[in-house]
Design a protein around this ligand. Structure first.
Ligand code: COA
Ligand code: AMP
Length: 629
């Protein structure tokens, strides 16, 4: 069957379609039905089945006789090391870690925060939690202590598992002081912390609170997989919303395992035993779905890569990894390719490696610009597939399902809605728009398995953020259009979220930090176009009258403040002082107009603008910092 038939089947009989897909997973008690819609518009999938996500990702492959197959390859150009872990080794390591967590009182439903870099132990920690039914919440290593503290208070973990350090090119990221600072700032205190000591840095443990990763496993009994219900939360992953309070996306066990297993075959065209590489980070949803759970559940080998596309040591690193580990499918963000293209525009380094194993490249996380796609197609000679998804959805809303049928690629479009998704372009009133017209992108409820059922401890926020604006739909927060063939084009966010190097960031959160500076009276943060990172945050600061401090000192303070409060990943380096901010007569800051001026794009004078002269002042201030570029 081709894509159209499968999509039609999933639409006509979702119950039958997703019950069949559920057969790809080991259940202890199979679910009595797929969709649980009793509490619509809140939906759950496979709620009454019982299973274990760690069993499905690890143990079942050992039981099936594939224990010697490689589960995880750690490739770290930063530490010049490579290491392989087989499924049976992984099972043993995870069972021991899970046993030690259990012995310290971690039980089904307890939360565990994981704050670790790209090392296999990060996946082992996730899987150990899943094994005993604990709910993990991985926090990206590029976030500062304050962001970690906010997450600690929101999900109130019994335990935090951290590494002593992370390694960025030329810089050791000292995790322990960040962890200690976060715990000090947070109101909630974990019972204990497990610290994995890396050889690059041994951290000082806090007596009575911290235990050593290896030491606390000594002599404990390995843990068996605990049965959980299909609707048991496997993890919480925080993502940026419009405010400084991140949204805790909840992922249920059953739908997640089924959906990811389905995508490995149908979307990525993988077979068990083959090598899949998502060059992302475990702290992002791509890392959860396609470094950890997806490939492992399907019996593929996954790569944990600790490095960057350029500079570790050069723009040929990706090709070297593909050659050394016979990668069949590479998944990364367009930024990574823009970085490589900038360093090696002719692709000379590609020719130095044997890339014959590579069959496809998938891109996601931000808009894939046509230049980058065409360059990758030309240089790699394999299908380059843009696909569109979000932390909330856990897997692709739209893509080109290579395992079903390779549809024609249209550069600039992440192709078509995946089976199970009914994607519509809506006008402000919630009416579907015809092909070619730009509108809000929404998906008809219920969403397919694996997508978010709610936000952690914030059901009202879930309803308000996603379901209220367009009743009967999930509002994606993206705007775009569909063409006559049903291909989607994702153009922009409809909220204050920006995308910097494939990292989703909240301008609202940055504004909250800037506003806390004693000399800042008012501020706005926008995302300006950037040739490498897609977007970069830029701050506009209005100072209190009578401020003694020089403007450049306030700017320097603010840059440091965002780095200290949100983290280096915010990449907040551009800011300028202005007298006033452009606003509508009702006081709304005209951010979209400021973006246009900063990017040097044409714009229409907003009809509701209070004082058009302020736009000239903004243009003047931008000119002083070299914008538009
Ligand atoms: N821990 C601590 N700090 C981190 C970090 C981590 N895990 N990841 C990034 N940072 C830091 C970087 O060191 C950098 O700090 P600096 O300001 O001191 O230089 C800052 O956060 C910004 O990082 P990044 O946006 O990654 O920029 P970069 O200049 O270091 O690298 C690219 C540019 C294009 C090479 C890089 O962004 C990249 O590889 N992008 C791929 C995107 C990706 O995988 N996205 C995931 C979604 S699929
Ligand atoms: P995240 O939750 O971090 O995965 O970010 C999700 C957001 O990134 C989406 O809502 C989009 O704005 C953007 N995004 C992700 N993939 C794509 C894509 N293929 N094309 C355009 N935008 C994308």
């Amino acid at each position: 069957m081709g894509y159209s038939e499968i999509a039609a089947e999933a639409k006509a009989d979702p119950e039958g379609y997703w019950m069949k897909a559920a057969e790809g997973i080991d259940w202890v008690t199979p679910p009595s039905k797929a969709l649980f819609d009793e509490n619509a518009p809140l939906y759950e999938w496979y709620a009454d089945g019982t299973l274990n996500a760690c069993w499905n990702a690890v143990d079942r492959h050992v039981e099936a006789g594939h224990g010697e197959r490689v589960a995880i390859i750690h490739d770290s150009p930063i530490t010049h090391s490579k290491r392989e872990i087989s499924f049976v080794e992984l099972r043993n390591r995870v069972a021991n870690l899970a046993g030690a967590l259990k012995a310290k009182g971690v039980e089904k439903g307890d939360r565990v925060i994981i704050y670790m870099p790209m090392i296999p132990e990060a996946l082992e920690a996730m899987l150990a939690c899943a094994r005993i039914g604990a709910v993990h919440s991985v926090v990206f290593g590029g976030f500062a202590a304050h962001e970690l503290a906010v997450r600690i208070d929101d999900c109130t973990p019994k335990c935090i598992i951290a590494a002593s350090c992370g390694l960025e090119p030329g810089r050791v990221v000292h995790y322990k002081p960040l962890l200690d600072g976060a715990i000090e700032q947070a109101t909630h205190k974990p019972d204990f912390c497990v610290i994995f000591q890396r050889e690059q840095e041994v951290a000082k443990l806090t007596e009575g609170r911290d235990v050593n990763w290896h030491g606390f496993q000594y002599g404990v009994e390995a843990a068996e997989c605990v049965l959980v219900e299909g609707n048991h939360p496997l993890y919480i992953l925080y993502t940026s919303g419009t405010t400084g309070q991140p949204k805790g996306v909840v992922r249920h066990t059953g739908g997640h395992s089924v959906a990811l297993n389905w995508t490995m075959r149908n979307l990525y065209d993988m077979n068990p035993g083959e090598v899949f590489w998502a060059a992302s980070d475990v702290g992002w949803v791509v890392g959860h779905s396609y470094i950890c759970y997806g490939p492992l559940t399907y019996g593929c080998t996954t790569i944990v890569f600790e490095g960057k596309p350029v500079g570790t040591p050069d723009a040929g690193t990706f090709w070297r990894v593909i050659q050394d580990h016979k990668v069949k499918c590479l998944f990364t963000a367009p930024t990574a390719f823009r970085a490589i293209k900038r360093e090696d525009s002719n692709g000379d380094l590609i020719g130095k490696y044997d890339m014959s194993s590579l069959e496809s490249l998938f891109l996601a996380g931000e808009r894939a610009d046509p230049d980058t796609i065409v360059w990758a197609q030309d240089k790699l000679g394999v299908p380059v597939i843009d696909h569109w998804w979000q932390t909330e959805t856990g897997w692709a809303i739209a893509g080109n399902p290579l395992g079903i049928e390779a549809l024609p690629v249209k550069v600039g479009s992440p192709s078509v809605a995946m089976p199970g998704w009914d994607v519509q372009i809506l006008d402000e009133g919630g009416h579907p728009l015809p092909a070619g017209e730009l509108g809000a992108i929404a998906a008809k409820l219920p969403l397919p398995p694996g997508t978010l059922p709610t936000l952690w401890n914030a059901e009202d926020r879930f309803l308000k953020s996603y379901l209220e604006h367009f009743p009967g739909y999930y509002e994606t927060g993206d705007a775009g259009y569909k063409d006559e063939d049903g291909y989607l084009y994702i153009m922009a966010r409809t909220d204050d979220v920006i995308n910097v190097a494939g990292h989703r960031l909240s301008t609202g959160a940055m504004e909250e930090v800037l506003a806390s500076h004693p000399d800042v009276a008012e501020c706005a943060v926008i995302g300006v176009a950037d040739a490498l990172k897609g977007q970069m945050p830029m701050g506009f600061l209005c100072l209190n009258s009578g401020t003694q401090k020089a403007a450049e000192d306030v700017v320097a303070d603010c840059v440091k403040l965002v780095r200290d409060q949100i983290g280096p990943v915010a990449a907040f380096k551009l800011a300028t002082v202005v007298q006033r901010l452009p606003k509508t007569r009702s006081g709304k800051i005209l951010r979209a107009t400021m973006v246009k001026i900063a990017n040097g794009e044409e714009f229409k004078m907003p009809a509701t603008i209070d004082d058009p002269a302020i736009l000239d002042e903004i243009a003047e201030a931008l000119k002083e910092i070299g914008y538009p570029r």
